[in-house]
Design a protein around this ligand. Structure first.
Ligand code: ADP
Ligand code: MG
Ligand code: MG
Length: 201
């Protein structure tokens, strides 16, 4: 698994979809999710280099996100990537099983920090089913597992539409948060789209 290519592709997808992410955040937040994550991932992509070990790539991306991304999503994505990188350690090669453990560690980090459960209408609603689907398909190899994770993330993000937010800024809206997709769940889909594309190539 080329984690450098994954992060660079994630940065590209966020950049291409920044306006849509910001529009989603305008409906139930403060309208900055796309610009927050775009700024953070641009800085992360610049801080990375292809010759870093795979775990170090994710740790560096995570550290950069924490320092450069405003809002709640910076520390959450930053923690996710740092934990994933830490789980990979110094390994020079990352296979399907190792990546599964890294994704699980990322989810645990997000939940420790943000205290969100599935159904609270946050990025966890895309991340948690994606990690579970990845693990279930890991025996079929990296590309198949990443594809399964992407499908699950998409379904999870779609499923946030009818939910009322219980965490983050959108929760201040109470019932008025119903009927809109959570922006962080939408950007988590891009993380897994980037992974699936990278794993397939
Ligand atoms: P802010 O809300 O500070 O402006 P962003 O707009 O960048 O930050 O990110 C908002 C996203 O962060 C939400 O859509 C949600 O997915 C995610 N989020 C917010 N709080 C939490 C939390 N406690 N746990 C998990 N994800 C959260
Ligand atoms: Mg916001
Ligand atoms: Mg904000």
């Amino acid at each position: 698994m080329d984690t450098y290519a994954w992060m660079v592709r994630f940065a590209e997808l966020v950049s291409a979809d920044a306006e849509r992410l910001t529009r989603l955040d305008s409906a139930i937040g403060d309208g900055d999710h796309g610009s927050n994550l775009d700024r953070g991932m641009r800085a992360a992509a610049e801080a990375l280099s292809a010759d870093l070990p795979p775990g170090k790539v994710l740790m560096t991306a995570g550290r950069t996100l924490v320092s450069k991304t405003g809002g709640a999503s910076g520390p959450l994505y930053g923690t996710a990537l740092r934990r994933a990188g830490k789980a990979l350690g110094d390994a020079s090669e990352v296979g399907a099983v190792e990546l599964g453990a890294a994704l699980r560690a990322a989810l645990e980090g997000v939940q420790e920090l943000g205290k969100a459960e599935e159904g609270d209408k946050t990025m966890v609603d895309a991340l948690a089913p994606a990690v579970t689907a990845y693990e279930a398909a890991a025996g079929e190899g990296l590309a198949a597992a990443a594809r399964a994770a992407l499908d699950a993330a998409e379904k999870g993000a779609e499923a946030t539409v009818p939910l009322q937010a219980r965490k983050g800024r959108a929760s201040y809206l109470g019932p008025r948060s119903v009927g809109h997709q959570d922006p962080g769940a939408a950007s988590t889909v891009l993380l897994f789209r980037a992974l699936a594309e990278t794993a397939a190539s």
